[in-house]
Design a protein around this ligand. Sequence first.
Ligand code: TRP
Length: 345
Amino acid sequence: MTRVFSGVQPTGHLTLGNYLGAMRRWAAVDQHRADSLFCVVDLHALTVEHDPARVRRLSLQATSLLLASGLDPEVCTVYLQSHVDEHTRLSYLLECVATDGEMRRMIQYKEKTAKVRERGGSVRLSLLTYPVLMAADILAYGTDEVPVGEDQVQHVELTRDLAVRFNQRYGHTFVVPKATVPEVAARVMNLQDPTTKMGKSDESGSGVVYLLDEPEVVRKKVMRAVTDSGREVVYDRDERPGLANLLEILAACTGGDPEALSGVYETYGSLKKDTADAVVELLRPLQERHRALCADPGYVEGVLRDGAERARAMARPTVDAAYRAIGLLPAVADTGAGVALNTAR
Ligand code: TRP
């Protein structure tokens, strides 16, 4: 069976972009067609300045939102990255396969370091090595497919390179995975700046719809979305990015087609109103399920405990095999029987 792995970073409240770009498909399609793992990658949240209490809170919230979005822990594995040591064990080995130049070429690294430096902050070393940890997340599970948004494709390409290189040097150890990017609404854009993606770490939340925003807040944000000059409603991603974003969000919510929808509306106002309604209706059941989960923290804890146990059992053999292949000796339990270490290879 195909193995699917994806992760979500608890660095901010999850957004409509996270949901339409990835989570919705994980729940509706991926968990049913594949043996899949969905990981709240809390270690990744430590690569930029962070508040420990906030990371704890957001890790639990992200878990609840994954479950609220329809991931079924009976069907797939939901867990926290830091609960499974295999990720960091493997990450170190992959750091010994990756190069410094490769890391510095990552677009997201360049963008994020520029932002940190702008603010006069210092860049954590873990921000540079973070794509290697991501590669470890993926490779530890023999992953075939990684459903992610467009912005993560470069990191999955790096993961492939590292897997191939490791396999060539040290013998076949890893499955070489590939990224799968959904076609519709892979990239929901910021409502205030439709040329940048709707990210959960954006400082100003006015262009970002969060999954837990109250209906009135959602409406306000959509109604205030920046649109383009001009009057008729047309679908043109390059020339009319604001309008295109609204049409794509509406299409993604209602299962329509943005091009076809553009013909339905005479005014920006009516498009915005329908888009706002569609988003509110889309989020309603998710928010209801989230509320129920919050009332039952023991359940969420149980999901995380079982998930980590299952994930550990899946990752262990592959990571142990990588340790052997790269030249590390197994720690032999002292049974008194004098077991010889196998140094043949
Ligand atoms: N880097 C991803 C993001 O920022 C999150 C992530 C971490 C991930 N590890 C992963 C995604 C492994 C897919 C597979 O969105």
